[in-house]
Design a protein around this ligand. Structure first.
Ligand code: FAD
Length: 453
């Protein structure tokens, strides 16, 4: 018998429950990835993610070939393509990881209907994309947790399934043709410092991280110039690594660094379970605060370009453009600056991040933006991060700013965070803008808007 495995955000062979289930039940499988027209039409095909995806598909194909199989790639409407592959291979089952977005839910529903008409069963597997599936743990009488701390307590007690090894062999029926694999080189408009994708690369980074990064995570995760976080987010986004395997690996390593790291992975699950229960929160306020956000103005372009006149904000925004990735502390302070100091709609910022982030995804991006904007799950929705305080705390010597804002590299000491304090001829020599907003005025505008003043 034949089964189709539709890969989505789980582009790996290690700890791959979807493929494992199909292999248990069928003699041959078709490992299928559809370059889905619906994703393109939804404006989600950002060049950085397309390039990274090309690496992931090449790595998946290579891993399958080592095991006697290959990857089948198709392009078009996902449901139509799955049905064609089912017809061509005579498959009686399709296996797929459960997703949480509105798009994923709709895809699943459409697949179920279409496959039902040809008597092909759809098997949706949970605990593939997250470690603890959305909906598995809930507070009494509610469908999801809205506050992280009680969620974390239950999440820690819930247990994570064991991670499984990669299959030894995969037999793919000859009759099913594949489009050529997409190539990273063919994607234009990518960030120059974009990371490389794919399962082999992810596993290399995982080993290095567990051997020598995670231990210091608790003290160093907020150190902007130290860049001491795992940078595993793109691999998690595309599923080149399983969250379950990562959690087991960190727990085996043990210690405060590993504990703090596992807590961050719980945040990932937390946002997924919020979105699964409230799919509309991807673009509408999870907790409306009556904000009359600004949606235009020159400050938005300045923020996007990294020329707000606040060096630490600009450094973060330039890192995003250059690498397609930004340090979490940078994301927090850049998002707070946009939504609170400039009082711009969080959706404007979230869209820009999605256009550039290689790890950009709906649950984590949208719900983190809402968290910062105070329309999400933050229990202190009116806190506003002062970029100067943030800079002094998380980039005390200014090295992060010097790395990303080279026009300020020559400034010594505290001036690197406040170039406007440089006067006279020295100021004229620096090609760097004045601040787009006065911090006190920004704070007052936000507090008035929220009815706090
Ligand atoms: P590490 O610090 O090494 O953490 C390990 C893993 O834990 C991460 O890879 C990630 O999967 C998870 N994680 C850590 N922090 C969070 C968090 N706050 N929420 C959810 N998961 C978390 N993360 C994304 O994966 N995709 C996004 O689109 C995204 N957008 C964000 C937007 C804003 C405004 C903010 C404030 C945060 C966003 N994050 C997003 C969360 C976080 O910034 C990144 O996951 C993290 O910076 C990735 O780097 P890392 O892998 O080195 O993280």
């Amino acid at each position: 018998s034949v089964a189709v495995v539709l890969f989505t955000s789980d582009l790996r062979l290690y700890d791959q429950p979807v493929l494992a289930a199909a292999l248990r039940r069928a003699d041959e499988v078709v490992p299928l990835f559809v370059r889905d027209r619906g994703v393109t039409e939804a404006g989600f095909d950002a060049p950085n993610r397309l390039a990274f995806l090309a690496d992931c598909l090449a790595a998946l194909d290579a891993g399958l070939r080592e095991r006697g199989g290959r990857l089948v790639v198709r392009t078009g409407d996902v449901v139509e393509q799955v049905c064609r592959v089912v017809a061509r291979s005579g498959a009686r089952e399709v296996h797929l990881a459960g997703g949480v977005s509105h798009y994923a839910a709709r895809r699943e529903e459409r697949l179920r209907t279409a496959l039902g008409t040809v008597r092909c069963a759809l098997h949706v597997h949970d605990a593939v994309i997250t470690a603890v599936p959305p909906g598995r743990i809930t507070p009494a009488g509610k469908d999801h947790f809205a506050v992280f701390t009680p969620y974390l307590r239950k999440w820690e007690a819930a247990g994570v399934r064991d991670a499984a090894p990669a299959p030894r062999s995969v037999r793919v029926p000859d009759a099913v043709e594949s489009d050529p694999l997409p190539s990273r080189r063919a994607v234009t408009g990518t960030s120059p410092g974009l990371a490389k994708g794919g399962e082999q690369e992810a596993r290399k980074r995982l080993r290095a991280w567990l051997a020598d990064g995670v231990e210091a995570y608790e003290e160093r995760h907020d150190d902007l110039p130290g860049d001491a976080t795992s940078r595993l987010s793109p691999h998690l986004h595309f599923g080149c690594l399983s969250a379950a395997e990562l959690i087991h690996g960190a727990r085996r390593r043990g210690g405060p660094g590993a504990d703090a790291f596992v807590r961050q992975l719980a945040w990932r699950d937390f946002h997924h379970q919020v979105l699964a229960a409230r799919p509309a929160a991807s673009w509408s306020d999870y907790r409306p605060r009556g904000d009359q956000w600004r949606t235009d103005g020159q400050e938005i372009a300045a923020w996007q370009e990294g020329s707000t006149g606040y060096p630490v904000v600009d450094a973060a925004m330039r890192q995003l453009r250059h690498e397609g990735w930004m340090h979490n502390r940078g994301r927090l302070l850049a998002a707070s600056f946009l939504t609170k100091t400039l009082y711009v709609d969080w959706r404007v910022g979230a869209r820009h991040f999605l256009d550039l982030l290689v790890d950009g995804d709906i649950p984590n991006n949208q719900l983190n933006w809402q968290w910062v904007a105070g329309t999400g799950t933050d229990t202190r929705p009116n806190r506003l991060l002062n970029p100067l305080v943030q800079a002094r705390r998380f980039d005390p010597r200014g090295d992060y700013v010097r790395r990303w804002v080279p026009e300020l590299a020559g400034l010594a000491g505290a001036a690197v965070h406040q170039p406007w304090t440089v006067t006279g001829r020295d100021r004229a020599r620096i090609d760097y803008p004045d601040p787009v907003v006065d911090l006190a005025e920004g704070r007052t505008r936000f507090e008035r808007a929220r009815g706090l003043k």
